[in-house]
Design a protein around this ligand. Sequence first.
Ligand SMILES: NC(=O)c1ccc[n+]([C@@H]2O[C@H](COP(=O)([O-])OP(=O)(O)OC[C@H]3O[C@@H](n4cnc5c(N)ncnc54)[C@H](O)[C@@H]3O)[C@@H](O)[C@H]2O)c1
Length: 330
Amino acid sequence: MSDVLRVGVVGCGRHCRGHLAPAVSRIASANLAACADVDIGAAQRMANELGIEATYESAEELIGSGDVDAVIVAVPHRHLKEVALSAIEAGKHVFIEKPMGLNAEEGREVVEAAGKENIVAMVGFCMRYSLSRMFIKSQLERGVVGEVQFVVAGKGGPPLEGWLAGPYEEGGGQLFFLGSHLTDQVVWLTGEDPEAVSGSVRWNEGGTDETSAYTVRFKKGVVATFSVSQASGVGYDFVDIFGSKGRIRGDWYGDVVSVQSQVIPEYTHPTVLNIPGDNLKEMCYRELDAFVGAILSGRSAPIPVGDGLRVLEILDAVVAASRKEKWIQV
Ligand SMILES: NC(=O)c1ccc[n+]([C@@H]2O[C@H](COP(=O)([O-])OP(=O)(O)OC[C@H]3O[C@@H](n4cnc5c(N)ncnc54)[C@H](O)[C@@H]3O)[C@@H](O)[C@H]2O)c1
C-alpha cells in the first residue's frame, strides 16, 4: 500500500459533513477520494465543499469503483450493517459509526465478516478521544480512586428529530444514539467485563425509547447505573466513578472534571479541574487519524468492532430486561 490512504465516505449527512469528512481532509496521510449518498445532492454539496473528486449515488458504486482503500460508514442506524458488510466483503478497511447495527445479531455479522478479511474494522466511539475522558482514563490507571466499586452515568437531552425519532426497531431512540456512547465509555473507563443487566425503558407512543434507567453488573462485582433520555429539557452528559480510595467525575457540558483521592496528594481535597478543547470536531479528527494510522502501519483497529458488539449486547439486554422485568445475562 502507498503511504497515502484513499478514503471514501458513505452517507454525507450531518455528522459526516460536519465532522468526519473535514477530519479526513486534515489528515496528511489520507486522501478523501470519493463520497456517496442516496441523496446525490448531499454527496455533491460535500464534494464541492471539500474538493472530493468522485461522487456516487450508492454505497455499492463507491465500493466497486476502485477509488478507495477504506470506507467510512455514516448512514442512519438501520443501514449501518448492510453498508459495512458490503465494504468488508470487498476487502476495504472500514470505519463504522456507532451503534454499528440494530441489535447484537447485526453486530455479530459485522464482527464475523471483519474477522475473515485482513482489514482494519473500527467502530466510531469518538468520545474515547475526548481530552477530559482520556484524562479520567489516565487517572484511573494511576489508581486515583483505588478499586472501582460503582459508577453512575447519564447522557441525554431534549426530544430527537427525523429518523432518530422513529421506532426503536428501525434504529430510532436515545439508547442507540447516545446510550451506545455512554455504555461504551463506562465499559472502557472501568475495563470491566459485563455480566448481567436490569432496567426499565419508558417507550413513547411511536415505539421509541424515551427514557431508560438501567444497571449493568460486571463480573468482578462493580455495578454501574445509567440514565439515557430524550425527555430532559437540557442536555446532560456525565460519568461519576466511585472507588475504595476516591472518586472522579466528568461533566461534559462545561468541560469539568471533579476528583477526590486518598492516594494522590494533590487531590486529597475535592478538586475541580477545567479541561477545555473537547469538541466533536477534534474528537473525530483524533479517532480518524488513529484509524488511518493503524491501517498504514499494519496495526489492529484502535477500537475494534467487537467493542461495538459488546455495547449492542448490553442494549439488547436493557430492552429485554425491561420487557421481561428481570435480570438478563449478557
Ligand atoms: N460519533 C458521534 O458523536 C456521532 C454524532 C452524530 C451522528 N453519529 C452517527 O452517524 C451516523 C449518521 O448520522 P447523521 O446524523 O449524520 O444522519 P443524517 O441523516 O444526517 O445523514 C445520513 C445520510 O446518509 C444517507 N443515506 C441513507 N441511507 C443510505 C445508504 N444506504 N447509502 C448511502 N447513503 C445513505 C442519507 O441520505 C443522509 O444524507 C449515525 O450512525 C449516527 O449515530 C455519530
